[in-house]
Design a protein. Structure first.
Length: 280
């Protein structure tokens, strides 16, 4: 529940900031219109709108409305992908860490309880902890307590299977961020292709002239904004995916080492129980 609230707040802040960027920049250039109308005798060059964006004809691309107007229908999936990438980066930053996979507190408790042969107590500790190593240990102890006659090799197979499952889940979570990084440039290229098709279709119905060539150049420029937007989304997504993948691989290695340690302790207890049964 805490994670869902945090994600909702992050989504609200991100959307509010993006939406606020559009009206703010649009209002910056608005006061220039009355000034130009108040001086009818001024030359045509003086009627150009004044302001920080007067020398940049593509300044409205940085606004929400301007971006949608220039990129067309592909703006909506690109905006959606950017929000998905942002939320996943925030989520993975908060959840993919040492405490969610292996923690020293759990390992110390598990070590002490296994040495005492308090398996039920360790199972209760595992159920209270939300860690990957706790899930692996809980699955192992649940199988061992339900099947008292099972050999250590069978218990070990259950542990390895659950460890592989937890590792796969960790890798599958961050794989979605890599998918976003791969899909975003493709959507941008699709938007560019559709924009080019529309532009050439409009130019083909007109005579060849300087104004038409200028319109072609403007149409191509606006179409390429889709490709640029897709790359702006895809490149950071792939960078963060590489970072999270390296972190997940390191945590998986630590989880495997911790699992090996716990299984070694269980093996000692199994051998001790076997010697006690033989001597009896």
């Amino acid at each position: 529940m805490h994670r869902k609230i945090l994600l909702a707040l992050a989504m609200l802040a991100f959307v509010t900031t993006w939406m606020a960027a559009g009206p703010g920049k649009a209002q910056t250039a608005a006061p220039a219109a009355p000034a130009a109308a108040a001086a009818p005798a001024a030359p045509a060059a003086a009627a150009a709108p004044a302001g920080p964006n007067a020398d940049n004809p593509y300044a409205d691309v940085m606004t929400f409305d301007g971006f949608i107007r220039r990129t067309g229908v592909m703006a909506y999936p690109l905006i959606g992908l950017s929000m998905v990438a942002f939320f996943m980066i925030v989520l993975f930053t908060l959840t993919i860490r040492q405490g969610t996979v292996v923690s020293d507190a759990f390992m110390n408790s598990a070590d002490a309880l296994i040495r005492k042969q308090d398996y039920l107590g360790l199972l209760a500790v595992c159920n209270r902890r939300n860690e990957c190593i706790a899930r692996v240990t809980a699955k192992t102890l649940d199988f061992a307590t339900r099947n008292p006659t099972a050999s250590f090799e069978e218990v070990k197979e259950v542990t390895e299977a659950e460890g592989n499952r937890q590792s796969s889940l960790l890798l599958a979570r961050i794989a979605y961020l890599g998918d976003v990084g791969a899909v975003a440039p493709m959507l941008g290229l699709l938007g560019t292709t559709l924009g080019m098709i529309t532009t050439f279709h409009e130019i083909s119905g007109k005579g060849v002239g300087g104004s038409n060539q200028l319109g072609l150049a403007q149409g191509v420029s606006e179409a390429l904004l889709c490709t640029a937007s897709g790359l702006v989304i895809g490149i950071p997504s792939l960078i963060f995916y590489a970072i999270f993948r390296g972190k997940v691989n390191r945590l998986i290695s630590e989880m495997e080492a911790a699992t090996t340690h716990l299984m070694a302790l269980l093996a000692v207890q199994y051998k001790r129980a076997a010697r006690a049964a033989a001597s009896a």
